[in-house]
Design a protein around this ligand. Structure first.
Ligand SMILES: NC(=O)c1ccc[n+]([C@@H]2O[C@H](COP(=O)([O-])OP(=O)(O)OC[C@H]3O[C@@H](n4cnc5c(N)ncnc54)[C@H](O)[C@@H]3O)[C@@H](O)[C@H]2O)c1
Length: 260
């Protein structure tokens, strides 16, 4: 087998569900060893755990229970990933907490703000820091010691009506991506973000409201909303050696939302 990330070690936070799961399955299908980190192994949307699906299709992966907002957990995640082949080639910082914590300014309590920021922004900082520590110890492959992919959002660039902390965290992720890219480009670390538009990842028993779907369709020039595989395909490019001389960017996978 010779995939586009053949033999690379990839760690993904929030890999049990949604986009993290789709990226994990795609990376494994393309020959990577995928270290799937999450606070739960069962997918929010149902089905078998990501690592079980990878194993059943002949891929290579392992599950690490790790809370993206805790340094000790991320330290253990990166140490575990690097133990597989001696290096961490790709770190994907995807985990998010939003749900009932995500509200408008006047409804958001300090605890809501802290819950979203802990995973959505502080967690991305911790993961970038620990990944860079590891990557700096590695020899370059195709000019890169390592690659980092942060999941931002179209709502990191524009307002998301009624979602003040989420929107602020994602704005931070966009500029954190640029900052780490700038600081470590000369040392061979490639850092990019993916900004999904509306991708259908909600569990069947917690569906998007008709209002959310109508708003998303009204903002999306494509006739359909996004699929997790749309994001996985973009992540695969950013993770592969084909992605050269691209760093600090925020790749929109949004069906044209931000062009509208
Ligand atoms: N789905 C979309 O439309 C969309 C749009 C824009 C941006 N995004 C971004 O894409 C990423 C993935 O979104 P999704 O829709 O797949 O989310 P999701 O809610 O379906 O999955 C998130 C995963 O993160 C895990 N998680 C939660 N807290 C964690 C923690 N502390 N440590 C580790 N893992 C934790 C959850 O258990 C879950 O498996 C997020 O960063 C999200 O903000 C998604």
């Amino acid at each position: 087998m010779s995939g586009r990330v053949q033999g690379k070690t990839v760690a993904i936070t929030g890999a049990s569900s949604g986009l993290g799961r789709a990226m994990a399955l795609r990376f494994a299908a393309e020959g990577a060893h995928v270290v799937c980190a999450d606070v739960r192994s069962d997918p929010r949307e149902g089905g078998e755990p990501t690592v079980d699906v990878i194993a059943a299709s002949g891929g290579s992966g392992e599950y690490v229970e790790a809370d993206a907002s805790r340094w000790d957990d991320i330290d253990r995640l990166v140490t575990t990933a690097a133990a597989h082949s001696g290096r961490l080639d790709v770190m994907v910082n995807n985990a998010i907490v939003a749900g009932p914590h995500s509200k408008g300014l006047l409804e958001t309590e300090e605890d809501d703000w802290d819950a979203i920021m802990a995973v959505g922004l502080r967690g991305v900082f911790l993961c970038c820091k620990r990944a860079v520590q590891q990557m700096l110890t590695q020899e370059p492959v195709a000019e890169a010691r390592g690659r980092i992919i942060n999941l931002s959002s179209q709502h990191g660039m524009i307002g998301a009506p009624g979602h003040v902390a989420y929107c602020t965290a994602k704005g931070g992720v966009v500029n954190l991506t640029r900052q780490v890219a700038v600081d470590f480009a000369r040392r061979g670390i490639i850092v990019n973000a993916i900004a999904p538009g509306k991708i259908l990842t909600r569990p069947a028993d917690e569906p998007d409201t008709p209002e959310v779907l109508a708003y998303s369709h009204s903002r999306t020039p494509f006739s359909r909303l996004g699929r997790p595989d749309d994001v996985a395909a973009a992540a695969l490019y950013l993770a592969s050696d084909e992605c050269s001389y691209v760093s600090g960017t925020n790749l929109l996978v949004d069906g044209g939302w931000m062009a509208y």
